[in-house]
Each structure stands twice: as C-alpha cells, then as structure tokens.
Design a binder for this molecule. Structure first.
Ligand code: TYD
Ligand code: MG
Length: 457
C-alpha cells in the first residue's frame, strides 16, 4: 500500500473532498478542485512539531472576570497610513496579511517599513527575490538601517529557527505562496501548504509575541490566492490596491481584530518608494480652468476620513445595437439603477445612449453617498451643461428618486468648506446640522427632480 494520500481541495474556498467534484458544494464555484498530496504519516508527525502544534498543556475554563486584562502593546510604524489601517500601530503577536496583485508594491511597502523602523530589529524573509534584488530596492528607497536583516528561505522550520536566534521585533514573510512546510507534501502555493504554513506562522506569532506580516498574492478575480481560509486564520487583512496606470495606491483594511475595518491609507508610488498622501482631496480633484460638462464632485467618507472625489461621466448617442454601459471605480449595477431612476423619475432618455462613468484617480468607491454626485455628472453630460466647479454633492439616492440622508455629513461639509467650495447639495433629511458655522451654502433637496431643476433649469 502506498504511503501517500491525496485529497482534492477547492482552490476557491479550501473545502476538501476525497474525490474530484465539478461544482464545489460549499462555495458553488465550478471546476475549482485540484488534487494535492498530503502525508499519510501526518498524524504521527504532528506530535513532533514545534510551532506546528500547540504544546501539550491542559487548559481549564476560567471565568471571564478573572481573565487578566492585557494592555495592548503596539509598535509605531512611523508611517501614518500604515498606522491608521492597523488601528494605531502593529499589535505584538499579531499576524497581518497583505494582499495585492503582482507589481502593486507589497514588497516595497514592507521593505520600507523594515527600513523605517529605527531601533527595531526586523527580519525580512524572502522566497521570491534574491537578497541583492532586495538591496537594490532598498537603495531606491534610500534609507539605510543596519537592524534590517534579510533571509532567503522558504522552509518554515528554518525560518522559525533563524527567527528564534535573531529575535527580531517584526517578521516579514514575502510571500506565503513560496513557503513550504515539511509536514505537508504538496507543492508550495497549494491550498494545503498555504493553510498549514499560515497556521504555523500564527502559532509562532502568538507564542513568541513577534508580529508577523505576511504578503499574499491575489488572483485575477480579487481573491487572496490559495484559499479564503487564510483570511479566517490571520488577525488582520490589508488589501493593497490601485490601478497600474495611476501612481496612487490604496491600502484598505478588510478584517481587523484590533481595530476598525473601514480604514484606508493612500500612497503614491514615486521613484523613491511609497509616499504617504496626507491630503487626498487635493490630488483626487483635477485642476481645471474652464467648466466642463460631465464632471461633479462628490464628498465621500472612507473610515473616519472625509474627502472629495471627482466623478466623470460621458453620455453619447449609441450607434451600435445595444448601448454600452461601462464604469470604473463605481459598481456598474448601481450606475444602471441610477440611470433607471433618472429615466423613470426625471424624464431622461438613456435607452439610446452609451454611458461611461469614471471615478478619478483610480479609486474604487463603495460609499453610497456619492450617488448624487454620480447622477449630477451623468445629467450634466446628457444635457451638455457644466456644473460649476465649486459645487459638491453628498447624498444617497433611492429607487423612487428620493434623496436620502448619509452618515457623517458634517465632516463631508467641513471638508468641502476647507477646500473652498461654495455650495453643497445634501438630503433634506440631514437637517440636524448647524450649517451656519460653514462658509459654504448648504442646499437641502428631497427628490432628484428638484436637483435637476436647480442645476439645469
Ligand atoms: P513591488 O513592491 O515589487 O510589487 P509586489 O511586491 O506587490 O509585486 O513593486 C513593484 C513596482 O513598484 C514596480 O513596477 C516598480 C515600482 N517601484 C517604483 O515605482 N518606485 C520604487 O521606488 C520602487 C521600489 C518600486
Ligand atoms: Mg513582491
């Protein structure tokens, strides 16, 4: 009898099955099962593992009142954006996953962190590049730090051994897909390897209190390669995203056991690495002399930070069969809904038009408060009448054309005020604010028709 055993894993959600199946019964994806070898003697080996299994101690239940309070210790990263998305610094013993498409700047971000942390020992483990390549990148970034150590290694047990000897303050792994553990036989990057290595790193982080950053690649459809399972194991998941054609990069928290998940950091990729962008509004709004049709400024909020973004629309007659609907940075289904509302409630005829929508700066916005701005841009292009560049919008639009209140409206108004805007359109139901303390005029509207009359007469 052979000693190896194989199992089929869903590459999407990590579900396992003894035989191949076409459609995953858990995540309903098709054709995602792949065969992986797992060791038959695994069970026996488990007993010998160091960080691979928890030490054989019996733990008794304790009343919650007797659990000692743990003062959360954090390491300041000296990077305002990274501090913000982590919830105020790196928590000791935490495992942080940084996901992003290849070439987006994950390695740069982590190396920069390693170089910046003056007085703290950082071990940067790389399985992707040679130490010379890393050195080249460090030269580009232009910071020198003798406490930043490089290790080219992919075997987890070796990494733990070196980490124990060096006792760094922070451990960086670039990337999880290159790691392999001796306890699982399948190839690096496979679901079982990725899962086991992450679990080992988690135990290492918890037992040694050394925070670990884990870089993970993302598949085409935006998932952290390997399984979703990984996201369940780690404490914090940061997504590094951005359009390759723009220099802006956004670091978003999608899970955080030690802070809010709605935080966001903005960087710009320049010749010397990544630079924090402290005032996003100013770069997200393009400078223009004349008023152009199809542009409206919306006041959005990400996490705790308000900022203004430019929504751009182009509405042209459709010459070929089905009209085109295309949107970048904004959900295309939501755009279709807004078009339908305009069609039904305000008498616009978009049925014979091609519609293109774009959020400037390569940003992807999920805040519903930009609905009104999107609508204003669409109608401005439809009518070919420009909206004055000093007008801003902040409201959600409902299916019957009602303009709905949004959260943090005062912060949005304050941001527009700060940037010298003259007028902001918000929902009538956001009445409770004290508009007198702002220099700009606050206009309350309740229905989209009302806005169209105000803007285009
Ligand atoms: P990298 O960190 O290697 O991406 P990842 O690890 O996510 O795959 O970043 C690669 C890109 O960043 C590359 O196209 C070059 C660019 N870059 C700069 O523009 N400036 C710099 O200072 C550095 C180091 C990289
Ligand atoms: Mg890299």
């Amino acid at each position: 009898m052979s000693k190896t055993k194989t199992i089929f894993f869903c590459q999407n959600c990590g579900n396992q099955s003894p035989k191949w199946v076409g459609k995953c019964p858990v995540c309903n994806e098709w054709n995602t099962y792949a065969e992986e070898i797992i060791d038959k003697q695994e069970e026996k080996l488990k007993e010998k593992r160091g960080y691979a299994v928890k030490k054989n101690e019996t733990v008794k239940p304790v009343p919650i009142t007797q659990v000692q309070e743990l003062e959360m210790q954090r390491i300041d990263t000296l990077d305002t954006e990274l501090n913000r998305v982590l919830g105020g610094g790196i928590v000791l013993g935490s495992l942080v996953l940084i996901g992003g498409e290849p070439g987006i700047g994950k390695s740069t971000l982590m190396l920069q962190l390693a170089l910046q942390l003056k007085g703290k020992k950082v071990l940067y483990v790389t399985g992707e590049e040679s130490d010379r390549q890393i050195k080249l990148r460090a030269e580009r970034i232009g910071i020198n730090n003798e406490l930043c150590f490089l290790l080219t290694e992919t075997n987890t047990q070796q990494i733990f051994k070196q980490a124990e000897e060096l006792a760094p303050d922070v451990l960086v792994i670039d990337s999880i897909q290159t790691l392999h553990t001796v306890y699982v036989e399948s190839t690096p990057g496979s679901v079982s390897q990725v899962r086991e290595c992450t679990a080992e790193l988690m135990r290492f982080a918890k037992e040694s209190a050394i925070p670990v950053f884990l870089i993970g690649h993302i598949t085409k459809d935006g998932m952290i390669a390997g399984p979703k399972v990984l996201e369940h194991i780690v404490d914090t998941v940061l997504q590094f995203e951005g359009d390759r054609n723009y220099t802006y990069r956004i670091l978003r928290t999608t899970k955080n056991r030690f802070g809010s998940t709605s935080e966001m950091g903005i960087y710009e990729m320049v010749g010397e690495g990544l630079r924090s962008v402290l005032n996003p509004s100013e770069i997200l709004i393009t400078q223009r002399d004349e008023n152009l049709s199809g542009i409206a400024i919306a006041a959005m909020v990400e996490g705790m930070r308000p900022f203004l973004v430019e929504t751009q629309a182009l509405v042209t007659p459709a010459f070929y069969g089905t009209p085109q609907r295309s949107s970048t940075g904004f959900d295309v289904r939501r755009m279709n809904m807004l078009l339908a509302v305009l069609e039904k409630r305000a008498g616009f005829r978009f049925g014979t038009k091609d519609v293109f929508l774009n959020i400037a700066g390569g940003l992807r916005v999920e805040d519903p408060a930009i609905d009104l701005g999107v609508m204003a841009a669409l109608c401005s292009s439809y009518n070919d009448i420009a909206i004055p560049s000093k007008y801003a919008f902040a409201a959600e639009v409902g299916l019957s054309g009602e303009v709905r209140a949004v959260s943090r409206v005062e912060q949005r108004i304050a941001e527009a005020d700060k940037l010298g805007f003259e007028k902001i359109y918000i929902s009538k139901f956001n009445q409770k604010i004290d508009a007198k303390r702002f220099n700009l005029e606050v206009v309350y509207i309740s229905r989209v028709q009302q806005l169209m009359e105000e803007l285009f007469g």
